[in-house]
Structures are given as C-alpha cells and as structure tokens.
Design a protein around this ligand. Structure first.
Ligand code: NAP
Length: 267
C-alpha cells in the first residue's frame, strides 16, 4: 500500500508544494486547509483528499485524526500551518497574542496529539513540524512568532524521547525565507512610539543582500527527505539562508549574532 501523509495549511506556499510533491510520488495525500471549498488546484489530483481544518479551533482538531484515518492510515503528519505576527510587541492586543500562540504552537501540538493513538497502535510514523530559522536567530519585530517556533523546536526535541518507545520519529524542518504568501498573510501590528525604528528596520530588511529566498518546492524536497530517510535526526536546516545562519550561530554564538543583527538592521 502506498504511504499516506496528512498536511496542515495546504492552501498555499510550502503546504501546497508538499502536497503536490508527495502526490507526484504516488503517496496518498490528506490535505487539510481552512477553506477546502475554495481550492481548485489540489482537487485535480486523484490521490489528494481535502479536509477542512482550522488549527486554532480545538473542536475541529478533536475529530481530524479519525476523519483522516477513515481515508487512509496516516504514516506522516506534516505540521505546516502557521502565520506571522509582525511589528512591535507593545502594539499587539491580548487577542492577537493568544491567536498567534493558539495557532502556531497550541494548534500544532493538539493536531499531533490527535494522531498519536493511531501511530502508537501501529508502532510507526513520523511527525514533521515546520519551524523557522527565527527560532535560532530571531529577527527584530517578530519576537512572538519566533517564540512559537522556538517552543515547537523544544517540544519536538522533548517528544523525540517520549515517542522512541513506539517507533515514532519526530522531526523539524527549519527554513529561513521562502517565496510564499507568508509576508502578505502576516498580521501586521503597529505602535506610534516604535514607528521610526520599525520603518528603519523595514528599509534595511529590503536592502539586505543576504535576504535570498528559497522556493517552497526546494523546501518541500527537504520535507520529503525527512519523511523518507529513516534517520533518527530531529532537525533539518532547510535552504541556503537557513544553512548560512545556522553555521554563523554555531561559530559566533548568540550574543555576537544579536549584536551584529542589531547593527545591520537597527543602527
Ligand atoms: N515563508 C517564509 O519565509 C517562512 C520562513 C520560515 C518558516 N516558514 C513557515 O513555513 C510554513 C508555511 O508557510 P508559507 O511560507 O508556506 O506561508 P503561507 O503561504 O502563508 O502558508 C501558510 C499556510 O498556513 C495556513 N494557515 C494559517 N493559519 C491557519 C489556521 N489557523 N488553520 C489552518 N491553516 C492555517 C494558511 O491558510 P489560509 O490560506 O487559510 O490562511 C496557509 O495555507 C509556516 O509554518 C511558516 O511559519 C515560512
């Protein structure tokens, strides 16, 4: 039987690229998204099945694994859905903060929790969570987004012990900067006292020559590698910029990195 992958956030970007890649390799793909009724591209694939899922809604999450398992037993869960919250922390409302944490962190771990009984019963499976290089090197004005991704990194590391007993692997794919709708989908916040420094940051970001973007297809290839290589490896640093940043952090350490980033973007 062909293997099956369940993917969250498949309406665009990496989620959609991964759905198409796995489908092209004859996997059964269960593509979850908030508005499946609007999807026109993935519906063209006979081996892609759409399910409705908003990962910030625990009610929708509670039934998702049993719905997916009725389509086909799931081998891989790809936690991809997330959005950015960008701007000065002081400009965020409590609701915006809760929504960011409830989606990127809580939603992701609850989706995983719903699948674990099925994977444990079969004593196999892989959970892959898309995090971000901001978990290693935070950029200015995305502190809470970076914190959700950092939390997912630590949660995955911790879970790698717990799941070993059951033959289940847990992995993270760590991209830096992809050509997707992520920027336009991000929720922007502002605060009048931070307007000058925020504008300065945006200008220097635009001018930054290191800001080379990977395609979602390139990163989907790394997801495929993580799904199929049978390695006991938790982290997959994904793409050119993520690799450069990771090596920089390893060599120089976080204090030097933070000081250099500050000079590059904020002085
Ligand atoms: N692009 C980058 O530079 C970058 C860098 C590092 C990491 N990442 C990570 O890569 C992953 C994919 O992002 P992307 O770049 O492909 O961005 P994207 O094009 O904006 O895709 C994000 C997907 O997540 C979905 N989503 C957002 N909130 C959701 C919710 N509450 N429930 C279900 N789905 C939800 C979106 O669906 P809707 O269409 O319904 O909004 C969309 O399908 C994310 O985890 C992101 O944090 C991106």
């Amino acid at each position: 039987m062909n293997p099956t992958i369940f993917i969250t956030g498949t309406s665009s970007g990496l989620g959609k690229a991964a759905a198409k890649l796995f489908a092209s390799k004859d996997w059964t793909v269960i593509a979850a998204m908030r508005y499946p009724e609007k999807e026109t591209e993935l519906t063209e694939f006979p081996n892609i099945h759409l399910l409705k899922l908003d990962i910030s809604d625990p009610k929708q999450i509670s039934g998702i694994a049993s719905e997916a398992e009725k389509i086909s037993p799931v081998d891989i869960v790809l936690n991809n859905a997330a959005y950015g919250l960008m701007g000065p922390f002081e400009g965020t409302t409590d609701e915006e903060l809760s929504q960011q944490i409830n989606t990127n962190f809580l939603g992701t771990i609850l989706v995983t929790k719903s699948f674990l009984p099925y994977l444990r019963a079969r004593k196999k499976g892989t959970i892959i969570t898309v995090t971000s290089s901001t978990a290693n090197i935070p950029y200015p004005f995305v502190s809470v987004y970076a914190a959700t991704k950092s939390a997912l990194e630590k949660w995955s590391e911790g879970m790698s012990y717990e799941l070993k007993e059951w033959g289940i692997s847990i992995k993270t794919v760590v991209p830096a900067y992809m050509q997707t709708h992520f920027g336009s989908n991000a929720q922007m916040v502002s605060h009048p006292d931070y307007q000058n420094v925020f504008n300065q940051y945006i200008q220097s970001m635009r001018a930054d020559s290191t800001a080379k973007r990977d395609t979602p297809e390139t990163i989907a290839d790394i997801v495929y590698e993580a799904a199929t290589d049978h390695k006991q490896q938790v982290h997959y640093i994904a793409g050119d910029l993520a690799t450069v940043e990771y090596e920089w952090l390893r060599k120089e350490g976080i204090e030097t990195v933070l000081e250099t980033m500050s000079q590059r973007f904020l002085s």
